[in-house]
Design a protein around this ligand. Structure first.
Ligand code: FCB
Length: 437
C-alpha cells in the first residue's frame, strides 16, 4: 500500500438505529424506523432494530474495539428521538448523557468523535405531521442541532448534518422500500428540498455553538450508460442529475440541476442561500456504480437501472468497482472546481456472508480485497489532485441493515446476535495494520 499524507483520517462508521437497540430507555420516543420495521413484509427477515447490536449498553466494549483498531476517528449518528422524543421541545438530559459518555470515552481512547445528526431515524411525531414533506421539519432539525451541539459542542471533532439525503428521499419516499415507506416517485422532491433547507439551517445553528468543522454525507454513484446511443445517454444524464447532482449543486451554490422532479414552486426566496452556507468537508459515501439504459415505453421513470456485468459481486449483489470511487472523486473535482471543499470518504464497505470457522475465527478475504482496492482508488485520486483527507469503513460492526434486517454483514467485527458476542474478522487486523503504518 502506498503512503498517505500525514494526518490522513482513518475511521469507521455506524449509525444509531442500526446498532444501538435500547429503543425504549431514558424516554426515547419512537422513530419512523421503529414503526416501519413493525409493518408486515417490510424487513426481509421480519426483524426490527429493538436490540440491534445492543451498543447502547455495550458502548464501552465497542470503544475498546475502536481503540484496538487504532483508528483516528469514529463516525456514529445521534438518534434524534433520544434527544427530542417528539422532535421538538427541550432536550432530554438522559438522551444526551449517553452520547456524552460515548464522546468522552472516545476522546480518552484517542479517537476523534465524528457525529452525524440525521441518519434516517426521524421522530415518528414529526412524520405524523408530514415528515420531510413538511417545511417545518427543516426548522425542527435546526433546533435539534442547536440543543445537541449545546451539550456536545467542540468535543465532537466533525459534525455531519445529514446522511445520504438522496437515499432517504428515493428509497424512503420515492420507492417506499425504506421508512417511512411512501411511494411518491418524483413527487418526493419536497423531501429533497426540506432536507437541504434543514441542513443549511443546521449549519448556522452549529456555527453558533461550535468551532469544529461541519459537513454533510452524500451518496454518490458514477453512472454507466448501457449503450452509446442517444437514448441511453439521455437516461444516464437524467439519473446522474438525480443521484449525483440534486444534493450537491445547490450545496455548492449552483442551485438545482435540471433533474427529474425538481419543482421550483417548493423553493422560496432565500432558500438557496441558506442551503449554500459554506461547509468545511463534503462527506462522500460510495458503494458501487449504476448501470442505466433508456426506459421502456410507458415507464413512469425517464431511466431504467440495469445490472453491470463484468464485476465481482458482494452478498448484496452490488458490483465491486473500486475504479468507480476514483472516477467519482475526479468527477467531483472536475464538476465543482474551486467550489469543492475538502472531501472525506465517510462510508465505504461491503457485505459478505461471514461466519466463524471451527476455531471461531472469521476470515473475510473478500472484504480485505474490497477495502484494499478502494483505499488505493482514494490514493490515486489524491495523486490526481483531489483533496481527500479521510476514509471511513462502513462498518465497525455487523449490524441491522435496514430493509435487509440482519441478513447483510458489513462489519470489520462479526456479531453473533443471539449472544451479542463480538469477534474481530481478519479484515479488522488488516485495517489495523494499514492504519498503524
Ligand atoms: C448506506 C447507509 C448505511 C448502510 C450502508 C450499507 O447507504 O448510509 O446506513 O446501510 O449503506
Amino acid at each position: 500500500m502506498p503512503d498517505f499524507p500525514a494526518g490522513f483520517r482513518w475511521g469507521v462508521s455506524t449509525s444509531a438505529y442500526q446498532i444501538e437497540g435500547a429503543t425504549t430507555v431514558d424516554g426515547r420516543g419512537p422513530s419512523i424506523w421503529d414503526t416501519f420495521a413493525r409493518e408486515p413484509g417490510r424487513i426481509v427477515d421480519g426483524t426490527t432494530g429493538d436490540e440491534a447490536c445492543d451498543h447502547h449498553h455495550r458502548y464501552a466494549e465497542d470503544t475498546a474495539l475502536l481503540a484496538g483498531l487504532g483508528v483516528s476517528a469514529y463516525r456514529f449518528s445521534i438518534s434524534w428521538p433520544r434527544i427530542q422524543p417528539t422532535g421538538a421541545g427541550p432536550a432530554l438530559t438522559a438522551g444526551l448523557d449517553f452520547y456524552d459518555r460515548l464522546v468522552d470515552g472516545l476522546l480518552a481512547a484517542g479517537v476523534d468523535p465524528v457525529a452525524t445528526l440525521f441518519h434516517w431515524d426521524l421522530p415518528q411525531a414529526l412524520e405524523d405531521a408530514g415528515g420531510w414533506l413538511n417545511r417545518d421539519t427543516a426548522a425542527r432539525f435546526a433546533e435539534y442541532a442547536d440543543v445537541t451541539a449545546a451539550r456536545l459542542g467542540d468535543r465532537v471533532k466533525l459534525w455531519i448534518t445529514l446522511n445520504e439525503p438522496f437515499i432517504h428521499m428515493s428509497l424512503g419516499h420515492g420507492m417506499g422500500v425504506h421508512a417511512p415507506g411512501r411511494v411518491l416517485l418524483f413527487d418526493a422532491f419536497p423531501v429533497a428540498h426540506h432536507q437541504l433547507l434543514g441542513h443549511g439551517l443546521a449549519v448556522a445553528a452549529l456555527r453558533a455553538r461550535t468551532a469544529s468543522p461541519v459537513a454533510i454525507a452524500n451518496n454518490y454513484s458514477p453512472v454507466r450508460p448501457a449503450g452509446d446511443g442517444d437514448a441511453d445517454r439521455a437516461a444516464a444524464a437524467a439519473y446522474d442529475a438525480l443521484h449525483n447532482r440534486l444534493f450537491t449543486d445547490p450545496l455548492l451554490g449552483l442551485g438545482y440541476p435540471d433533474a427529474p422532479g425538481v419543482d421550483p414552486t417548493v423553493v422560496r426566496d432565500g432558500d438557496l442561500d441558506v442551503i449554500a452556507a459554506p461547509i468545511d468537508v463534503l462527506g462522500v459515501n460510495y458503494y458501487n456504480p449504476t448501470g442505466i439504459r433508456a426506459p421502456e415505453e410507458g415507464s413512469p421513470l425517464p431511466f431504467e437501472i440495469v445490472p453491470l456485468d463484468g464485476y465481482p459481486r458482494t452478498a448484496f449483489d452490488w458490483p465491486v468497482a473500486p475504479d468507480g470511487l476514483r472516477e467519482l472523486l475526479l468527477q467531483l473535482r472536475d464538476r465543482y472546481g474551486d467550489a469543492l471543499p475538502e472531501i472525506q470518504v465517510t462510508e465505504s464497505g461491503c457485505a459478505y456472508d461471514d461466519a466463524p470457522d471451527a476455531q471461531g475465527r472469521v476470515n473475510d478475504p473478500e472484504r480485505i480485497a474490497y477495502l484494499d482496492g478502494h483505499v488505493r482508488a482514494v490514493h490515486e485520486a489524491i495523486g490526481a489532485g483531489v483533496p481527500v483527507t479521510g476514509y471511513f469503513v462502513w462498518s465497525l460492526l455487523d449490524n441491522w441493515e435496514w430493509a435487509e434486517g440482519f441478513t447483510k454483514r458489513f462489519g470489520l467485527v462479526h456479531v453473533d446476535y443471539p449472544t451479542q458476542r463480538r469477534t474481530p474478522k481478519s479484515s479488522y487486523a488488516w485495517f489495523r495494520d494499514l492504519v498503524r503504518r
